[in-house]
Write a protein that binds this ligand. Structure first.
Ligand code: FAD
Length: 404
C-alpha cells in the first residue's frame, strides 16, 4: 500500500506544470472559438497528441501511478483550460477504460491504441452505454447482441443516446444485452472496429455546455463484428450467464457500472478544474472592479462568497484525491468515488454561478468566460451517474441497505 500524501512527488508536479502551461498556451485561447463553433476541435487535440497529452502513453502513465493522484491532478489542469476541449481530449479514455476493464490482455493491446491513433493521424474512441430509454437505469438496455454461430459473428442492433464521440469515433465500445431477461447480468461489451457496416451517427445533440465535445446518437443496424470482438471472450461470458441463470451472482459488476465506478474521481477532477477557473477569475475581478468608491471585494457579501468558493474547491480536491488514492489502495468502502464526483460537480455549479454574480452584467455575457464555465459545469451533475445516482450509491454503501 502506498502512503496517502498531499505532497505531490516530482513527477506529479512536473506533469501538473506541463499541462497547466498547455492549458494557458493552447486550450484557453481556443476555448471561446470552439464553444461557438460547437464542433470537435481536431487541431487542438492534434496539438495535445503531438506533446503526448492525447494518447495511450499518457493514460498508461497516469493509471500506473500507485498514489492514484496523477490523473486527477492532470485532469484538473486540463479542465481549468476548458471543459469542452478537455472532454475532447479525455473522451476516448472512456472507451479505453471500457476495454481495459473488460477485455483480455490481447484485446487491450490490440484495441486501446486504436482509440488514440498516432500524433500524425489521431483516432477517437467512444463508449456506448446510454440509450434513449436507459440512462441511469443501465440494466434496461435494449440494444441486442445475438451470436451467429455459423459465421462466428455477433450481430448488434439498437440505438445509443448521448454518446461522446459517437459516430465520429474510430473504435466504438458497445454495451448490449445478450440475454435481456437477466438485465444487467445478461449484458456484454463489444468492440465495433473502424468502418464497420451498419454503424452510423444519428442526431448530433446541440448542448447547453461542453460544446466542443461531440455528443451524438449511435445507430446500430445489423452490425456484424467478429467473435473476437466480445470483450473478455466467450468462455467468460458463458460462465457469467450460466451463474446468473442459476440465480447466483454473476461475479464482478455489470460492464457499464465497472467502467463508471473507476472513472468517478476523474470526473470530479474535471468539475474541479472548471470551478477553480471560475473562482480565480472572480477573485481577480472582485479586487479590480470598483463600485461605490471601493473594490467590490471589500464588501463582505462578495468576499464571503469567494471564501465559500475557496473552501468548497479545496474540500472537493481533498475528496477527489482520497477517492483516487483509495481506488488504487484498498478500494471504496462508503461510496468515496461517488462522494468525490457528487461534491465536486455540485460545487462547480455553485461556484460558477457565484462567479457570474460577482461579475454582474459582464458575467452574463459571452464576452467573459464565466457564463461558459457555468454552462460547462452543469454536465458534471448529469453524466457518468447523475448527482441523485451518486447519492444512491453513497446511501447504499453507508447503510448496507438496498435503498431505492
Ligand atoms: C454531454 C453528455 C455526454 C454523455 N456521454 C456519454 C457517453 O459517452 N457514453 C454513455 O454511455 N452515456 C453518455 N451520456 C449519458 C449520461 O450518462 C446519461 O445522460 C445519464 O446517465 C443520465 O441518464 P438519462 O439522461 O437517461 O436520465 P434519467 O436516467 O432519465 O434521469 C432523469 C432524472 O431522474 C433521476 N433519477 C433516475 N433514476 C433515479 C433514482 N433511482 N433515484 C433518484 N433519481 C433518479 C436522475 O438523477 C435525473 O435527475 C452522456 C450524456 C451527456 C448529456
Amino acid at each position: 500500500m502506498t502512503e496517502f500524501s498531499l505532497h505531490l512527488n516530482d513527477d506529479q508536479s512536473q506533469i501538473k506544470d506541463w499541462i497547466h502551461q498547455f492549458a494557458v498556451d493552447v486550450i484557453r485561447p481556443a476555448a471561446h472559438e470552439w464553444d461557438e463553433r460547437e464542433e470537435f476541435p481536431f487541431p487542438i487535440v492534434q496539438e495535445a497528441a503531438k506533446i503526448g497529452l492525447y494518447g495511450i502513453d499518457f493514460l498508461m502513465n497516469g493509471m500506473a501511478d500507485p498514489t492514484g493522484l496523477t490523473l486527477p491532478v492532470a485532469i484538473e489542469e486540463m479542465f481549468w483550460g476548458d471543459a469542452g476541449i478537455g472532454m475532447a481530449i479525455m473522451g476516448s479514455g472512456l472507451a479505453a477504460a471500457g476495454i481495459a476493464g473488460n477485455g483480455t490482455q490481447e484485446q487491450i493491446i490490440e484495441w486501446v491504441p486504436q482509440c488514440y491513433g498516432t500524433p500524425e493521424k489521431i483516432a477517437l474512441g467512444a463508449f456506448c452505454v446510454s440509450e434513449p430509454d436507459a440512462g441511469s437505469d443501465v440494466s434496461s438496455l435494449r440494444t441486442r447482441a445475438i451470436y451467429d454461430q455459423a459465421n462466428d459473428e455477433w450481430v448488434l442492433n439498437g440505438t445509443k443516446a448521448w454518446i461522446t464521440n459517437g459516430g465520429i469515433a474510430d473504435v466504438h465500445v458497445v454495451v448490449a444485452a445478450v440475454d435481456p431477461e437477466l438485465k444487467s447480468r445478461g449484458q456484454a461489451s463489444f468492440i465495433v472496429p473502424p468502418n464497420t457496416k451498419g454503424l452510423s451517427m444519428g442526431q448530433k445533440y446541440k448542448k447547453h455546455g461542453i460544446k466542443a465535445s461531440h455528443t451524438a446518437e449511435v445507430v446500430l443496424e445489423d452490425v456484424r463484428v467478429p467473435g473476437s470482438c466480445l470483450l473478455g471472450g466467450r468462455e467468460k461470458l458463458d460462465a457469467k450467464l450460466a451463474r446468473a441463470r442459476e440465480g447466483g451472482h454473476a461475479g464482478g459488476k455489470q460492464p457499464a457500472m465497472a467502467t463508471f465506478e473507476a472513472t468517478r474521481p476523474a470526473v470530479g477532477a474535471q468539475a474541479l478544474g472548471v470551478a477553480r477557473a471560475a473562482y480565480e477569475y472572480a477573485l481577480e475581478y472582485a479586487k479590480e472592479r470598483q463600485a461605490f468608491g471601493k473594490a467590490i471585494i471589500m464588501n463582505q457579501a462578495i468576499a464571503f462568497k469567494l471564501a465559500n468558493m475557496a473552501v468548497e474547491i479545496d474540500a472537493s480536491r481533498l475528496l477527489i484525491w482520497r477517492a483516487a488514492w483509495l481506488a488504487k489502495n484498498g478500494g471504496f468502502k462508503n461510496g468515496e468515488g461517488s462522494m468525490s464526483k457528487y461534491y465536486a460537480s455540485e460545487t462547480a455549479v455553485r461556484v460558477t454561478e457565484d462567479a457570474i454574480q460577482i461579475l454582474g452584467g459582464y458575467g452574463y455575457t459571452r464576452e467573459y468566460p464565466v457564463e461558459r464555465w457555468h454552462r460547462d459545469a452543469k454536465i458534471h451533475t448529469i453524466f457518468e451517474g447523475t448527482s441523485e445516482i451518486q447519492q444512491l450509491v453513497i446511501a447504499r454503501a453507508i447503510s448496507g441497505l438496498r435503498i431505492e
